[in-house]
Structure formats: C-alpha cells, structure tokens
Design a protein around this ligand. Structure first.
Ligand SMILES: [Zn+2]
Length: 76
C-alpha cells in the first residue's frame, strides 16, 4: 500500500508480477489456521494456476475464484 491517492488496483500476489489481478486464490494452512480462516492471494491470469499448484503441493486446501466471489470456507 503506497499512497492514498488514485484508484486501487488489485495486483497479482506473485513476487515480481505487476499484472492486475483477475482471480482470488483462497487457501488456508490446516496446521495453523482453523477451518473458518481464509487467506487470500490475488492472481493474474498467468499466475492463478501457479499459485494454486504451489499451495496444493503443500497439501493446503485451495480454491480459485473470481475477484467478486467471497469464500467463507475453503473445502478440504
Ligand atoms: Zn501474476
């Protein structure tokens, strides 16, 4: 978050990526998060699959949705 001026554009969470986000990667770490906890990464078209696979490979529950969709629980 830099500055308070101008429209807020959601950017991809992938390190080094400045593309606007087009999806939400909803996830949680079952070892430290309770079931009702949802962590959200933003992702561009290019990286939503990368981020999902990154989390899935760690056996974290993960669900990719559109930006306007809210997830209250990430299904295991
Ligand atoms: Zn990206």
């Amino acid at each position: 978050m830099i500055g308070a001026e101008g429209p807020l554009i959601d950017r991809c969470s992938r390190a080094g990526c400045t593309n606007p986000a087009s999806a939400k990667v909803n996830w949680r770490n079952p070892r430290i998060h309770t079931e009702d906890r949802v962590k959200i990464w933003l992702a561009c078209d290019e990286h939503s699959e990368f981020l999902r696979d990154y989390l899935a490979s760690r056996s974290f529950p993960v669900l990719v949705t559109g930006l306007d969709q809210d997830v209250s629980v990430v299904p295991t």
